[in-house]
Design a protein around this ligand. Structure first.
Ligand SMILES: Nc1ncnc2c1ncn2[C@@H]1O[C@H](COP(=O)(O)OP(=O)(O)OP(=O)(O)O)[C@@H](O)[C@H]1O
Ligand SMILES: [Mg+2]
Length: 269
């Protein structure tokens, strides 16, 4: 088992250097993220775990350009494919349009980019098919289950073919069984697309199952505490969870995370 603390990456796709975030608060200001640095390799699946309130979502929103950076710098390296969006984000809440069919929801990003109707619908159908939703192409979100909605959110992001995919607890709202099915689907799709992914989760199982590396953040203010290289063979399936190796990674991460969770509870008002 390897546990590195530096983890510099050759030719990174994402570089975050000494990133801090200060929010205004009732007592003046609050340091949410402190001097956080990170490289993500091209085609890497990076998982981030940490106690509630440690700044994971803040960091992801900064990666997505949705939140101002107080100090430091973030860079996402563009490929030479023209017209690719820099990122797509999947949040825990299903961010799909209730007034659009599943097909039009998946095609939405492509429409925004000015891609012709025929091509965007073809792409959207391809992705619906990939996750077994072809039959529901003409359905509206209120006619499908939560698991199906989250599938739609995920493939909508993938259909956009972004430089990087940013995911914040994408399976967090799902029941345990649906979650496992979607974890398997994510594994399968990622093995094929090899997108650069930053994936935030509270589930250590999910982090170890999906991640090439798992980064552990400290309780607020969020700092980088440890990095675990997950050296489980690829392609992985859900069966990887039944191995001793998997249990060892999980235990090693939990050992450190549990201390931070206790610390986070002491900090909380
Ligand atoms: N817009 C905001 N204004 C002020 N404070 C904020 C804002 N967003 C987040 N915070 C604070 O910053 C800290 C980090 O929040 P963040 O949502 O990034 O944590 P998190 O690690 O994603 O937590 P969780 O695991 O519960 O989702 C928290 O203390 C939170 O209250
Ligand atoms: Mg969060």
């Amino acid at each position: 088992m390897t546990m590195s603390t530096v983890g510099a990456v050759a030719a990174p796709k994402i570089t975050a250097r000494n990133v801090s975030k200060i929010y205004p608060s009732v007592d003046g200001s609050m340091l949410a993220l402190d001097d956080f640095s990170l490289d993500v390799a091209d085609g890497e699946f990076l998982a981030i775990v940490g106690p509630s309130g440690c700044g994971k979502s803040t960091f992801l929103r900064m990666l997505a350009g949705l939140e101002e950076i107080s100090a430091g710098a973030i860079d996402i390296r563009r490929s030479d494919v023209p017209g690719k969006p820099l990122n797509s984000v999947v949040f825990q809440e299903y961010a799909i349009f209730p007034w659009k069919t599943l097909l039009d929801n998946v095609a939405f990003g492509l429409e925004m980019r000015g891609i012709g109707r025929k091509e965007r619908l073809e792409t959207a159908r391809y992705w619906l098919d990939r996750v077994g939703l072809s039959k529901f192409a003409g359905y509206y979100p209120h006619q499908i289950s939560g698991g199906m909605k989250q599938r739609v959110s995920i493939i909508r992001a993938l259909a956009n073919d972004p430089e990087v995919l940013l995911m914040d607890e994408p399976l967090g709202a799902l029941d345990a069984q649906t979650r496992v099915v979607l974890q398997e689907e994510l594994l399968r799709i990622w093995e094929e697309t090899r997108k650069t992914v930053v994936y935030i989760t509270h589930s250590l199982d999910e982090a170890v199952l999906l991640g090439d590396r798992v980064i552990l953040m400290s309780a607020q203010p969020g700092r980088r505490l440890a990095t675990f290289d997950i050296d489980l063979p690829r392609p992985r399936t859900i069966d990887a969870m039944n191995t001793t190796r998997f249990a060892e990674y999980r235990a090693a991460i939990w050992d450190q995370l549990s201390r931070e969770v206790s610390r986070a509870m002491e900090i909380a008002p």
